[in-house]
Design a protein around this ligand. Structure first.
Ligand SMILES: Cc1cc2nc3c(=O)[nH]c(=O)nc-3n(C[C@H](O)[C@H](O)[C@H](O)COP(=O)(O)OP(=O)(O)OC[C@H]3O[C@@H](n4cnc5c(N)ncnc54)[C@H](O)[C@@H]3O)c2cc1C
Length: 445
């Protein structure tokens, strides 16, 4: 039986282990951290994530979607909060289509439980320090006692996240390895809205809340216990920035000025602001993703993206389901599966990486503007009338399985058409007229 090792027992590594185990491979998972089911997750580390259709399909493939749905909260729309307290909403899709806020910790623990129950061997506290790709040998160091060990596999998957040791090894072992790593000038910090005394949410729970402020924004996703995980995306330098807020008084004054309606909802703002870590936001692209059918990258290790489309995990889960489909198609012939996996997933991952950066501008700046809301209203109206001709980009990315690069290409064409439509005179009043409808149909030809 082929022995497969996966480095990294995060979300993607654990799901991949379930898939491969189900196919009958002998799978071992090697994780740098201690067993997260037995230790407390540190505060300020992205405790919930938006799960959408591509992610659901990944979970369905190993029949755990119903279990996870029970721990998720559907969010059917965005709710935007302006400085003067005005609230606007925008549905995510039609007929109550929604994305789900899911706890990263519970999801990861569930995947680990299921993998272990199915017979996957999981080694915690094992930091991969090196790989011998030709022999399939992996070297590890115990994170606590620093003891060294090694393990052998016929095939290794690098699922060790954005700063993957496996990818570094691939880079060292491959001629002409292409690699790019681009940081945004923004970082992020997690804060929290507390629950009401009765355990319910202080804001509407079936929405993703956004406080768009041009150069920066605050967002909030609901948790099951009545709290919200709040994330501030903010410049690292300049004014205002993480660097320009020096003390608790400045933080409080700044929040009161720009996010006044959020301040009373926050758990100890000043304490959390200085105690919780500031995270960085990076897009990583690389190629190739594999070496000689011995090592294959998957998830963030292959394609780290910024979180503004809520697609990093979803994309990694889609990697798993696509890989599984290819194993079915080629009857587990890895020599055919690996190149095909890479051929299909690389352009898709590049596209969602670019779309995620673009969506930052949309979320922090445009979503609060009347012109943008009108634009979305026209798109929604036209797409409802002509679903065969127009699917909004957000819907293609979030609620479809169209490869991301095809969604990106169609999105660009639709964007150019909408630029023309928004130039039509009196568009605010004629937006749902037959004149606008016919003009869009003409431009689509
Ligand atoms: C603020 C923020 C919000 C996000 N929101 C969303 C969202 O709403 N929706 C969404 O789909 N995605 C979101 N993402 C992205 C998502 O978190 C990632 O895409 C996802 O976690 C990738 O999973 P992974 O398993 O590939 O990598 P990771 O989750 O990073 O897991 C990698 C694992 O490998 C282990 N590891 C690392 N190095 C080694 C080593 N040398 N040896 C052994 N083990 C190692 C790590 O400890 C970790 O457990 C968000 C990301 C951030 C930062």
């Amino acid at each position: 039986m082929k022995k497969i090792s996966i480095i990294g027992a995060g979300l993607v590594g654990s799901l991949l282990a379930l898939y491969l185990n189900k196919r009958g491979y002998k799978v071992t998972l090697h994780e740098r951290r201690p067993d997260m089911r037995k230790v407390k997750i540190p505060a300020g580390r992205s405790i919930n994530l938006a799960l959408s259709d591509r992610g659901w399909r990944g979970l369905q493939g190993v029949a755990i979607d119903d279990t996870i749905r029970q721990i998720g909260i559907p969010m059917t729309h965005r709710t935007m909060h302006s400085v003067d307290g005005k609230i606007t909403t925008q549905p995510y899709g039609k007929d109550g289509q929604g994305i789900y806020a899911v706890s990263r910790g519970i999801l990861n623990c569930t995947l680990l439980d299921l993998a272990e129950k199915g017979g996957v061997e999981i080694h915690f506290n094992q930091r991969c320090t090196g790989l011998m790709l030709t022999s399939g040998e992996m070297q590890f160091e115990h994170s606590e006692n620093h003891q060294k060990s090694s393990h052998h596999a016929d095939l290794i998957f690098g699922a060790d996240g954005a700063f993957a040791a496996s990818r570094l090894q691939l880079q060292l072992s491959t001629d002409q390895f292409n690699y790019s790593q681009r940081y945004l000038q923004h970082g992020y910090k997690e804060l929290m809205f507390v629950a009401k005394a009765d355990g319910s949410h202080q804001l509407e729970k079936n929405a993703l809340h956004i406080w768009p402020r041009g150069g920066y924004m605050l967002i909030a996703l609901p948790n099951l216990d009545g709290t919200f995980t709040v994330t501030l995306f903010f410049p690292l330098k300049g004014n205002p920035s993480f660097e320009s807020l020096h003390n608790k008084q400045e933080v409080k004054a700044f929040f009161q000025k720009v996010f006044p309606d959020a301040v009373p909802l926050l758990h100890d703002l000043e304490e959390d602001f200085f105690h919780n870590p500031t995270g960085s936001l990076v897009t990583i692209k690389c190629a190739p993703w594999s070496f000689d059918n011995k090592l294959v990258l998957i998830g963030d290790a292959a394609h780290a993206i910024v979180p503004f489309y809520g697609q990093g995990m979803n994309c990694g889960f889609e990697d798993c389901s696509v890989l599984n489909d290819l194993l079915n198609q080629f009857a587990d012939d890895w020599e055919k599966v690996i190149p095909e996996y890479e051929r299909m997933r690389k352009p898709a991952a590049d596209a969602i990486g670019e779309l995620a950066v673009d969506n930052f501008i949309e979320m922090r700046d445009l979503v609060g503007k009347p012109e943008f809301l009108l634009r979305k209203k026209i798109e929604g109206w036209f797409s409802e009338k002509h679903p065969d001709k127009w699917i909004p980009l957000y819907t293609m990315v979030t609620f479809s399985h169209l490869p991301y690069h095809e969604a990106q290409a169609r999105g660009k064409k639709q964007d150019a058409i909408m630029n023309e439509i928004m130039k039509m005179s009196d568009i605010e009043n004629i937006w749902n007229s037959s004149m606008v409808e016919n003009r869009i149909i003409d431009l689509l030809k």
